[in-house]
Design a protein around this ligand. Structure first.
Ligand code: ZN
Length: 324
């Protein structure tokens, strides 16, 4: 479960039961003054046990430990409320903090999903099966806000914050220049593609994400420490693959819209998904939800480039190809 990556830098694998992500990588940096844990796991028993077992083995005392959370998703933030003690600093970014603070319930998101064509009678069940809903932190501690380029020193490690908007609005990575390590959160993953979902017309997460891939391309990196799955090298190669993936997706969406105006849910049902289930109808509800969010991020991106436009009706929003 525990692996030493560099002297005083460890990974604890936190299991994510029933999730295709399999586990979250929590990184622990041991230092004489204060330790730091990067990302935590879902707020559920299996995650907490794995975390506490790991910390015990590393002899890391939570009273002398700070937290850094890459973004607001529950598999990263969820356990925070179980780990903070009186003196804990919980480092986090401003844009995701604003999302948490402005959160007025899930209704606007459900309403939006309905307009995007998600079957209205299934919305409530989709929400109930959403891990972000079930396993979120029950309260939010005081947060120490860090911005792009701010630094955090932990023992021998001097981490620089790199804001990488896309996967969430404030997603933030850490870069250690002298050791050439890049703590990627869910910005760059190996084996799987970070999901880029959109649930608001005010945003263009895919556009942001592609810009954020560009932003980290030129860093000198020996080792990427991702939020899930395997550690890897060659981050530039992986960035190229991810860019290729999204440009194929964009082409696929354009091709689907050649069939006529459609809502986002219909588009999602026709896209190819890397999931071992044969037909869209058999997809679990949570997967349909993620897929629809992904389809919307590609549609919003195409809308911003003016390749497509929309017509908003009472019941649903239809997207169609713009005539050149
Ligand atoms: Zn994640």
């Amino acid at each position: 479960m525990i692996e030493e990556i560099l002297p005083d830098l460890f990974r604890i694998k936190i299991p994510l039961p029933k999730s295709p992500l399999k586990y979250l990588n929590s990184y622990v940096i041991r230092a004489p003054e204060r330790n730091m844990i990067i990302d935590t796991g879902l707020n559920r028993k299996e995650c907490l046990e794995a975390m506490l077992d790991g910390l015990r083995e590393l002899e890391v005392d939570l009273k002398k430990t700070d937290l850094f959370i890459t973004h607001l998703h529950a598999d990263h933030f969820g356990l925070v409320s179980k780990l903070v003690t009186d003196g804990t600093k919980t480092y986090f970014n401003r844009p995701d903090t604003e999302i948490i603070e402005a959160f007025g319930g899930w209704e606007p998101m459900l309403e939006y999903a309905g307009l995007m064509g998600f079957p209205r009678d299934e919305l409530r069940n989709a929400l109930d099966s959403h891990p972000g809903f079930k396993f979120k932190s029950e309260w939010i501690p005081e947060l120490s806000i860090l911005s792009d380029n701010d630094t955090v020193k932990v023992g021998d490690f001097l981490f620089k914050c790199i804001e990488t908007r896309g996967h969430t609005r404030g997603h933030t990575c850490l870069y250690e220049a002298s050791k050439k390590i890049f703590v990627a959160g869910d910005h760059i993953l190996n084996d799987i593609t970070p999901n880029i979902q959109c649930w608001s017309d005010q945003e263009n997460p895919l556009g942001d994400y592609l810009a954020s891939l560009d932003k980290v391309r030129d860093l000198e990196v020996d080792l990427v420490l991702p939020g899930h799955r395997r550690l890897f090298r060659n981050h530039r190669e992986r960035i190229e693959e991810l860019e290729g993936h999204h440009s194929r997706r964009i082409q696929e969406v354009l091709k689907i819209l050649k069939g006529g105006p459609q809502n986002a849910y219909q588009v999602a049902s026709k896209m190819t998904w890397d999931i071992a289930i044969e037909s869209w109808d058999l997809f679990p509800l949570a997967q349909k939800w993620f897929a629809t969010g992904e389809a919307i991020s590609h549609l919003r991106y195409l809308e911003e480039t003016r390749a497509i436009a929309r017509e908003t009706g009472e019941e649903t929003t239809l997207f169609f190809l713009n005539q050149a």
